[in-house]
Write a protein that binds this ligand. Structure first.
Ligand code: GLA
Length: 337
C-alpha cells in the first residue's frame, strides 16, 4: 500500500432530527467541508503514529493493542480496533489529520473523521458503505462514549452530489431526493455554543425515548401512534418524533416538486418542535435563529444533536444572509482523493 489520502465530508441534516435512534426518517446530505486523513505506510514496527495537525497533537500506539483514550485519539484508536475486529488488515502507518469543519459545530466532524480514517486505513476501499457506517457508529458508541445513531455516518458515507438522502432507519433504505436550490440559498451559522454528544443531554434524550417505548409497550417510537397520556417530559419527546417523521416526508415531497417555498415553514416547525417538545435548544441557538429570520430566512432550525452547534437557514432569492453564514449544498460522499 502506498500513500493514501481520504476525505470525509461533514453533513447537514435538512430535516429529521432525533429520529434516527427511534427507527424514524431523516433527510441529510454530505457537504463540502470535512476532514482529510493521509496515511503513509511505515516499513515496520507494528505501530500507528497519528498527528492531529490542526491541534498540534500526536499519538502513538500498538496496532494489536490500541488501548482506550479520549478526545480525537479515541476516534483513531477506536477505528483501528473496529477495522481489525471486522477482519480488515490494518498496516503500520503514519496518519495525519486535518480539516475545515469546526469540532462541536453540529456538522458532524466526528463522522467525517471516522469515515476518512476508515477509507485511509482500509487496504481495499471497495466495501459495503452501510456496513462501514455501522462500523463507524461502533467507534462512536463503544470507544468515544457517545450513544449517537447512524444518521451522520450514513450521510457521510452514502451522500450523493446534488441529492439529499431520505433515510428510513427501520430498514436503512436510502432514497436520493434531488435538492435543487436554484437562486435560493441554504446556509449554516455557528451559534457559538459548542455541543458534546458524549456529554449528558443527548444520552438523556435517548434514555427518555427508551422509557417512552417501555411505557407504550413498543420496541421503537416508530411504532407509536400517539403521545397522548404519557407523563411529561415523555409526551413531548414522543410528539416531536411523530411530527418530525411526518415533516421529513412533507419535505421530500416538496423537494421532489421543486417547491422550496414549502421548505421554509417545515424548517420552522421542526425547530419549534425541537425547542418546545424535545427541549434541545439553548439561548445561543435561539439568538441565531432570530438573527437569521430577521435577515429574511423563510425558516431556520438547529441541526444535529442540538444543545449548541449550528443553525441551518433557507434564504429566498434576493435576501442576504447575515455575516458568518456559510453556504451549504449537497456534495459527494467520503472518498479517496
Ligand atoms: C447527532 C447524532 C445523530 C442524530 C442527531 C440528531 O448528530 O450523531 O445520530 O441522532 O444528533 O438527529
Amino acid at each position: 500500500m502506498s500513500r493514501v489520502v481520504a476525505r470525509g465530508p461533514g453533513r447537514v441534516n435538512l430535516i429529521g432530527e432525533h429520529t434516527d435512534y427511534n427507527d424514524g426518517l431523516a433527510l441529510p446530505f454530505a457537504i463540502d467541508r470535512g476532514v482529510t486523513v493521509t496515511a503513509e505506510p511505515l516499513a515496520r514496527g507494528g505501530r500507528i503514529e497519528a498527528r492531529a495537525l490542526d491541534l498540534g497533537e500526536e499519538d502513538e500506539f500498538a496496532l494489536d493493542d490500541p488501548a482506550s483514550a479520549t478526545g480525537w485519539r479515541a476516534f483513531v484508536r477506536g477505528t483501528v480496533a473496529e477495522l481489525r475486529a471486522a477482519g480488515h488488515a490494518v498496516r503500520p502507518c503514519r496518519i495525519a489529520i486535518e480539516g475545515d469543519l469546526p469540532h462541536g459545530s453540529g456538522l458532524s466532524s466526528s463522522a467525517a473523521l471516522e469515515a476518512a480514517l476508515c477509507l485511509a486505513l482500509l487496504e481495499d476501499d471497495d466495501v459495503d458503505r452501510v456496513e462501514l457506517a455501522k462500523l463507524c457508529s461502533r467507534v462512536e458508541n463503544d470507544h468515544v462514549g457517545a450513544r449517537t445513531g447512524l444518521l451522520d455516518q450514513l450521510a457521510v458515507l452514502c451522500g450523493q452530489d446534488g441529492q439529499a438522502l431520505r433515510i428510513d432507519f427501520r430498514d436503512l433504505a436510502i432514497e436520493p431526493v434531488p435538492l435543487e436550490l436554484g437562486d435560493w440559498r441554504l446556509v449554516t451559522l455557528d451559534s457559538g455554543a459548542s455541543h458534546e454528544h458524549a456529554a449528558g443531554s443527548y444520552n438523556e434524550r435517548r434514555a427518555e425515548c427508551a422509557a417512552a417505548c417501555e411505557a407504550l409497550g413498543i420496541d421503537s417510537l416508530r411504532d407509536a401512534v400517539s403521545a397522548e397520556g404519557l407523563p411529561a417530559p415523555l409526551e413531548g419527546r414522543v410528539r416531536h418524533v411523530l411530527t418530525e417523521n411526518a415533516r421529513v416526508d412533507a419535505m421530500a415531497v416538496a423537494l421532489a416538486a421543486g417547491d422550496l417555498a414549502r421548505a421554509g415553514p417545515l424548517l420552522r416547525e421542526s425547530h419549534a418542535s425541537l425547542r418546545d417538545d424535545y427541549e434541545a435548544s439553548v439561548p445561543e441557538v435561539e439568538r441565531a435563529v432570530v438573527a437569521l429570520e430577521r435577515a429574511g430566512a423563510t425558516g431556520a432550525r438547529m441541526v444535529g444533536g442540538g444543545f449548541g452547534g449550528s443553525v441551518l437557514a433557507l434564504f429566498p432569492p434576493g435576501a442576504t444572509p447575515p455575516d458568518g453564514c456559510v453556504s451549504v449544498a449537497p456534495g459527494p460522499a467520503a472518498r479517496r482523493l
